[in-house]
Write a protein that binds this ligand. Structure first.
Ligand SMILES: Nc1ccn([C@@H]2O[C@H](COP(=O)(O)OP(=O)(O)OP(=O)(O)O)[C@@H](O)[C@H]2O)c(=O)n1
Ligand SMILES: [Ca+2]
Length: 470
């Protein structure tokens, strides 16, 4: 290499080093500094259970959809805290195991800033107990049915990442033990103000239809249905309640208060309180009997679901979770057509009780005996109640989780209370970090190639000039 080129080479080398340093610094400088995770705890005190949900998210990204994930869930032993009305102190104590698990799962230095929310039907003694933990207790709230429906909708759409995309959203169907909710974005006007709820999320407006039917959770619906049967039969047959929704050979002694010990059924006073609950296993008669708990004859709107409640036509895809999933999944009915579901269910309900028990020796017989009723109730609620048809039955997805997170109101509730779904879309970086690094790499490579070409051109042109001189 001739000496006179040295300055050029040094210049090019300096530029090259400078570019590499620039690229490395800007890549490192812009690396998202994922601080440690942040956490939130929500207690779902349902009518038949209490669950503790622990959520986590990268603090840096808390305003991005889909970033909050369920880290852990713990089911409180027994029937949940709403069963402690007679013994409120017991309610707080029952949470101990799950709350101690939460202390293990969440890094100790995060405890003071971790909010704890308690939702659904609750007891004050629980509040006292929750304040004794090192978390930041945010109070207990009775969640209204409308909120339960709306927060379930937020959960399933947040987890499906529908809230950032202009694509359609998922309707939400929640079936509990005491109540059931339906929430979706309708295609037509919402005629009753109690059934409409508006959200502005990430810059998009959502005008939701929602309704919560108290007493139409599957446990209360069973009491409604048995209550109607008792009213009509026990006057004539004070000994036996012959029930088509229970398997042939099923025979269990019950008392009238067992059925009427709920505000959902009006008191029925009968001289004889004991009766035998006898199964007939006749699916079509079962469906007929369940239809009696839905009043579809009164409607002062353009259209109703049942009991005079306005409901626009169902539209789009739906996520059906909680007991919708537990029941249909147990019977393997989550992916059949409506017609096939009915055929399978008729066969299942007519199966003798001792065969059912023999096939499921480990399942608690209280739950096991009710699957025929519960599945028939679900079908009747969806088809006769909400007006789903054989055409859009396939649009109902029976789900337990989306990703690692359970479908249910608790995640939506926490997102709302922690303002983690801003009304306006947060600025998105021009490109994701990975794209940025790739871009900088190829940009630097391009500059280097250009410099090399300049150098070669320069070198060749001086060589040519020399030859001319010679
Ligand atoms: N693995 C499970 C869990 C629950 N269930 C039943 O499913 C129903 C609803 O459960 P859940 O969603 O927990 O109801 P809750 O939240 O307790 O009821 P609500 O929302 O009405 O308060 C209850 O009958 C429960 O016995 C079930 O069959 N299998
Ligand atoms: Ca529930």
């Amino acid at each position: 290499m001739e000496r006179r080129y040295m300055p050029v080479v040094i210049f090019l080398a300096a530029i090259t080093v400078g570019i590499i340093i620039m690229v490395v610094i800007s890549v490192v400088q812009n690396k998202p500094l994922y601080q440690k995770y942040k956490y939130g705890i929500v207690l779902d005190a349902g009518s038949s259970h209490t669950s503790v949900f622990i959520y986590e998210w990268p603090a840096e990204k808390e305003n991005n959809t889909g970033m909050v994930q369920q880290k852990h869930t713990c089911n409180v032993k027994g029937k949940g805290i709403s069963s402690y009305s007679a013994n409120p102190q017991g309610a707080g104590a029952s949470l101990q195991e799950c709350m101690n698990e939460a202390k293990q799962k969440i890094p100790a230095h995060r405890h003071p800033e971790t909010p704890v929310y308690l939702g659904a039907t609750v007891l004050d003694s629980v509040a006292l107990s929750l304040k004794s933990y090192p978390f930041s207790y945010q109070g207990a709230r009775i969640i209204s049915g409308q909120e339960e429906g709306a927060f379930g909708w937020i959960t399933v759409n947040y987890l499906s990442e529908n809230l950032r995309k202009p694509t359609g959203t998922l309707g939400a169907l929640d079936l509990g033990g005491a109540s059931t909710q339906i929430t979706f974005v309708p295609q037509q006007k919402i005629e009753s103000s109690d059934n409409s709820i508006d959200f502005r999320l990430y810059g998009n407006n959502y005008h939701l239809y929602t309704h919560s039917f108290l007493c139409y959770g599957k446990d209360q619906a069973l009491k409604l249905s048995m209550g109607k049967k008792l009213e009509s039969t026990l006057k004539t047959d004070p000994i036996e309640l012959r029930d088509p929704c229970f398997h042939p050979g099923y025979k269990v002694p019950r008392t009238v208060p067992d059925v009427f010990n709920t505000p959902c059924t009006k008191e029925l006073k009968l001289a004889n309180e004991n009766f035998l609950h006898v199964g007939l296993g006749n699916w079509s008669q079962c469906q007929q009997s369940i239809r009696k708990v839905f009043n579809t004859s009164i409607c002062s709107y353009s259209k109703c679901s049942f009991n005079g409640v306005f409901q626009p036509s169902v539209y789009g895809d739906f996520g059906a979770f909680s007991a919708f999933f537990f029941v249909m999944d147990f019977l393997n009915l989550t992916s059949d057509s409506l017609a096939t579901t009915k055929e399978k269910l008729a066969a299942y309900c007519s199966t003798p009780w001792e065969k059912i028990v023999g096939n499921h020796p480990k399942i608690d017989q209280k739950y096991l005996s009710e699957y025929c009723f519960s599945a028939t109730y679900i079908l009747t609620l969806l088809e006769d109640g909400y007006k789903f048809t054989s055409n859009n039955w396939k649009d109902i997805r029976f789900i337990k989780k989306i990703g690692d997170s359970d479908a249910g109101w608790t995640l939506g509730y926490m997102l709302n209370l922690t303002n983690m779904i801003p009304a306006e879309a947060p600025d998105m970086p021009l490109m994701p970090y990975g794209g940025y690094v790739t871009f900088m790499f190829f940009f630097a490579l391009l500059i280097l190639v250009l410099l090399l070409l300049v150098y070669l051109y320069f070198h060749r042109s001086t060589r040519t000039a020399q030859k001319d001189i010679i």
